[in-house]
Structure formats: structure tokens, C-alpha cells
Design a protein around this ligand. Structure first.
Ligand SMILES: Nc1ncnc2c1ncn2[C@@H]1O[C@H](COP(=O)(O)OP(=O)(O)O)[C@@H](O)[C@H]1O
Ligand SMILES: [Mg+2]
Length: 276
């Protein structure tokens, strides 16, 4: 069989391209995953400096109490030294476990997760960065809600919101994190509220658009991709949940996340992989 030779003006349809809609869908989905991964690593990059400093502090504590324990032979001093070393070591372990679970989590598997634990795991990573920028943290839990979710992805959403909040509070402020359920108990909610610069209405209408940003990258290349909130929205939709924002310019901004609530699995107190 010989193919017709097309004239100059003919549009050639390559038979292999007839599958192209499917191929393109797959390609888009692959690129989305890559983008999410890249964005996650950027958030991790923002935290690297504060976490490295925190580690240094922990090591100094361990070294100093180790020395103290060796120098003083009495039980009380040694017990105190061991106690401080253990606490410091456990804190370091929580930080590395949290970081690894965030970075490694590249599946999309969702499972019942305790929101209070999820927030605490993110705070472990974010705490130092916030206090370094003179941001105080307030946390409130109304009940003990669980939701069906992918922990790494929702942590990524929370990191994005908290980094945005910190960037909006130049000179310090307060970050409020709230966990609860809506009136009929169907939806679990997470609130992230700041006392930052706020968002004027014309900007608020656009913040979830991909590539929309009001920031210029700082000297460490942070901020200004405009991808954070659009990825947050994608992740929340993939969970059958949602995200919305309210803001008062000059006073602050509030983001509210909704996730389908699930009952706590029987006999299971927590899904956190962190050491006790
Ligand atoms: N907590 C906040 N306070 C004030 N403005 C915010 C806050 N969160 C997001 N924004 C606005 O939304 C825009 C888009 O945010 P985002 O998608 O995370 O991109 P980026 O952080 O790279 O600018 C920001 O540039 C900023 O103008
Ligand atoms: Mg951002």
C-alpha cells in the first residue's frame, strides 16, 4: 500500500499522533508530578539554613552535656546530663525523620491521618525559620480530627502557606494554626492565619493562578515563582478537598483548607512515624 503524497498545503496527520491526546495527558500528568517535586525541594531549600543551624545547636548541647557528664562523677549531675543529651538527640531524630518523610514521600497514596500530628511534624521543620524571622506561633486544636490524605503532599501545602505567611510578615508577627471540623463533622479543616501585609482584593482574585506572583526573587532566589498556591489548590482538589483565602490588607491573611474527615482507625492513636 502506498501512502498518498500530500500537496504542500495538506496537513499531515501522522497515525502515531492519533493517540496523542492520551500521550499528552500522560505527559501533562508527568510534568505536574515533576513540578510538584521541584516545588517541594524549593520549600525544603528555604528551610535548609535554619535547620542546619538548629542541628548545630543540638550538637553543641550534646557535646557540652557529654563533657559535663564526664567531668562530674555525682549521680545527679550525670543524670541531668544524660537527660539533656537524650532530649536533644530525640529532637534531632524528629527533624531528620520529618525531613525524610517530606522529601521521600513521592507516592500519591492517601490514608487516614491525624491532623494534629501532621501539623506538629510540619512545625518541627518550620519552627526555627519562623522564630528566626520573629514570628510567634499559636496553635489551636478543636477536637482531634482525622482525614484521608497523603501526608507528604498536605505537608507541602502547609509549608507553602507558612513560607508565604512568613514572607508577608516582614519584621515579624503572629502565625496562627488551627485544626478542627466543620459544623456537620463531614470536613476536617486546617486554618493558617497570619498578621502580615494582607492581600488587596484585585490581587486576591488571582493568587491561585499558576505563575501569578507579586514577589521578586530575593538574593537567595526565594519567592517569585507564583507556583506555590496553584500547586496547593491542585493538591487539595486531588484530595476531594479545597482551599480558600480571605484577607484584610494591612491586617493579615487567612487560608482555610478543607479535607474529607474520616473516623480515627480503631486502636490507632497516630500515623506519625516519629519516634516516641
Ligand atoms: N500569606 C500571604 N500574605 C500576603 N500575600 C500572600 C500570602 N500568600 C500568598 N500571597 C500572595 O499570593 C501570591 C502568590 O503566592 P504563591 O503562589 O505562593 O507564589 P510566590 O510565593 O512564588 O509569589 C504571592 O506573590 C503574594 O502576592
Ligand atoms: Mg509561595
Amino acid at each position: 500500500m502506498t501512502a498518498d503524497r500530500p500537496s504542500d498545503s495538506t496537513v499531515i496527520v501522522d497515525p502515531s499522533q492519533t493517540e496523542s491526546v492520551e500521550d499528552l495527558r500522560e505527559e501533562i500528568s508527568r510534568l505536574r508530578t515533576q513540578l510538584r517535586e521541584a516545588q517541594k525541594l524549593m520549600s525544603v531549600g528555604v528551610l535548609t539554613s535554619s535547620i542546619t543551624h538548629e542541628f548545630n545547636n543540638i550538637l553543641m548541647t550534646i557535646i557540652n552535656y557529654g563533657r559535663m557528664g564526664l567531668r562530674h562523677r555525682d549521680d545527679a549531675t550525670r543524670e541531668k546530663a544524660f537527660d539533656r543529651i537524650l532530649t536533644a538527640g530525640q529532637r534531632a531524630a524528629r527533624i531528620t525523620t520529618g525531613m525524610l518523610s517530606l522529601v521521600r514521600g513521592n507516592t500519591t497514596r492517601q490514608e487516614p491521618t491525624r491532623l494534629v500530628t501532621l501539623i506538629d511534624d510540619v512545625l518541627i521543620l518550620m519552627e526555627k525559620d519562623l522564630t528566626n524571622h520573629r514570628v510567634t506561633i499559636e496553635k489551636r486544636c478543636d477536637g482531634d480530627p482525622w482525614a484521608e490524605l497523603n501526608a507528604s503532599q498536605i505537608q507541602q501545602v502547609l509549608l507553602n502557606l507558612m513560607i508565604n505567611a512568613r514572607q508577608a510578615m516582614d519584621g515579624g508577627g503572629r502565625l496562627f494554626l488551627g485544626v478542627g471540623t466543620d459544623a456537620d463533622g463531614e470536613q476536617a479543616t486546617i486554618e493558617v492565619r497570619d498578621t502580615g501585609c494582607g492581600i488587596p482584593p484585585e490581587t486576591l482574585a488571582r493568587i491561585f493562578e499558576p505563575f501569578y506572583t507579586t514577589k521578586t526573587a530575593d538574593d537567595r532566589g526565594q519567592g517569585g515563582t507564583g507556583l506555590g498556591l496553584s500547586l496547593c489548590r491542585d493538591i487539595m482538589h486531588a484530595h476531594g478537598g479545597g482551599i480558600r483565602a480571605e484577607s484584610k490588607p494591612g491586617e493579615g491573611t487567612r487560608f482555610l483548607l478543607r479535607l474529607p474527615a474520616v473516623p480515627a482507625p480503631e486502636g490507632l492513636r497516630t500515623t506519625s512515624a516519629l519516634p516516641e
